[in-house]
Design a protein around this ligand. Structure first.
Ligand SMILES: [Zn+2]
Ligand SMILES: [Zn+2]
Length: 103
């Protein structure tokens, strides 16, 4: 189990658990903080477990964000507005609105 291919991951460790990269099982993902001079990493599993972190559906599983940096459509700042603005909730709201006005 010592033949784990590690490139530049030795100095990186997870901000959640402090462990290092496990490329095949539990890879470290870049934590996108918006600050380019700070490089922080979170394990895929740690990010999925921790409610502080979320994923942008556009970026996929390549980067982790703080949930407060994602909008309600799970988009990062770079991908804000990429979603089709057609949320079921809004449809329901406008439907209710329509029904009420009709009364
Ligand atoms: Zn971790
Ligand atoms: Zn994104």
């Amino acid at each position: 189990m010592h033949n784990v291919p590690s490139s530049n991951c030795e100095k990186s460790s997870c901000v959640c658990c402090g462990s290092s990269n496990n490329q095949s099982y539990n890879p470290l993902l870049r934590l996108e903080t918006g600050e380019t001079d700070v490089e922080e990493y979170v394990h895929l599993f740690c990010a999925q477990r921790d409610s502080r972190f979320g994923f942008c559906w556009c970026c996929g599983r390549g980067a982790v964000y703080f949930v407060e940096d994602l909008n309600e459509a799970s988009e990062c700042a770079n991908h804000e507005g990429e979603s089709v603005p057609d949320y079921p909730d809004e449809d329901l709201d406008s439907y209710i609105e329509y029904v009420r006005k009709g009364d």
